[in-house]
Ligand binder design. Structure first.
Ligand SMILES: NC(=O)c1ccc[n+]([C@@H]2O[C@H](COP(=O)([O-])OP(=O)(O)OC[C@H]3O[C@@H](n4cnc5c(N)ncnc54)[C@H](OP(=O)(O)O)[C@@H]3O)[C@@H](O)[C@H]2O)c1
Length: 275
């Protein structure tokens, strides 16, 4: 296994959809240890991930599955304890925090308090608590830069930068300026929070880590996952692996300077989505 100074990657959750694809990409295109989470069936998900095409031989050794349900803070805190124990002195190099659920509401009358609360718990409080427990793993101002692991012979390998990246999954529909069609009240409102959380966290990191770590929000495009199942027929969609690959390449190329785009929301094409 690569030395701890290279850091580790984290994808939460990675049970299916985009999270699963991010974990596949990080296993295939980096040399980092990959911590992935799921609410249940960790052993099964681990097997599914390891049976992905094109993984290097050491993938099995690099992949660790941990159980996390973002509506239960104790599971997030226990993930952090396990990481501290199993990856001592290993900074978090790239994190993807992506829990998300949708309870469809087409009109105010369709709002159900329990469903709306659930949306806020998973989509807004989830990223907030993940950030709380994962922030201590990010490099500080005085940390060393991450060494270059990139193999210039390999066209496929992701060239990771020397700073850390913390990305949270927002959604274009969480943008207030882009809201032209209404509906999906609690999903929209909870995803708007992610823009705010990413910005506020990035301001914290500017002070704590300077150019050694940045935070951003992401919009993955419209992606063929269970999330969009209802709209699969008759609509062009990105495949999860494609969307994850585009976002990882964008993240890896985003510089850490204050004027360079940190703290903002970016889509899979690398175009900004204004809040
Ligand atoms: N697909 C799109 O077109 C699209 C567009 C914009 C934004 N997004 C956002 O992208 C993210 C991933 O979406 P997806 O398309 O991959 O959706 P998905 O296939 O429906 O996956 C949703 C993920 O969220 C997890 N999750 C649900 N409740 C959770 C909880 N309490 N704790 C931890 N994890 C929980 C699910 O875990 P289980 O397997 O355990 O249920 C699953 O891994 C979401 O935040 C979504 O809002 C997606």
């Amino acid at each position: 296994m690569i030395s701890p100074k290279h850091g580790f990657a984290l994808v939460t959750p990675a049970s299916r959809g985009l999270g699963f694809a991010f974990a596949q990409q990080l296993l295939a295109k980096t040399k980092l240890p990959v911590v992935a989470t799921a609410r249940k069936n960790c052993a099964e998900i681990r097997d599914q991930l390891l049976s992905s095409e094109g993984l290097p031989k050491d993938a099995e050794q690099r992949l660790r599955l941990l159980e996390v349900d973002v509506t239960d803070e104790a599971t997030i805190s226990s993930m952090a304890d396990t990481i501290r124990e199993e990856y001592p002195q290993t900074p978090l190099r790239i994190a993807l925090a992506i829990p998300g659920i949708l309870h469809v509401e087409k009109s105010p009358a369709q709002i159900d308090a329990a469903n709306a609360l659930h949306s806020f718990q998973v989509n807004a409080l989830g990223p907030l608590l993940l950030m709380k427990h994962l922030a201590p793993f990010l490099p500080t101002k005085s940390s060393s830069e991450f060494p270059d692991t990139h193999d210039s012979e390999s066209k496929d390998e992701l060239k990771l930068p020397s700073h850390a990246i913390y990305a949270m999954m927002a959604a274009r529909v969480g943008s207030i300026s882009d809201n032209n069609s209404g509906g999906w009240y609690s999903y929209r409102a909870s995803k708007s929070s992610v823009y705010q959380i990413a910005k506020t966290f990035d301001l914290y990191l500017r002070g704590r880590s300077a150019e050694k770590a940045l935070a951003v929000a992401l919009h993955p495009g419209t992606v063929r996952t269970d999330f969009t199942k209802e709209f699969w027929s008759g609509r062009d969609m990105l495949e999860p692996l494609d969307s994850a690959d585009r976002m990882l390449r964008f993240l890896a190329g985003l510089p850490p300077g204050i004027k360079d785009g940190r703290g903002r929301c970016w889509d899979w094409k690398g175009e900004e989505v204004l809040p």
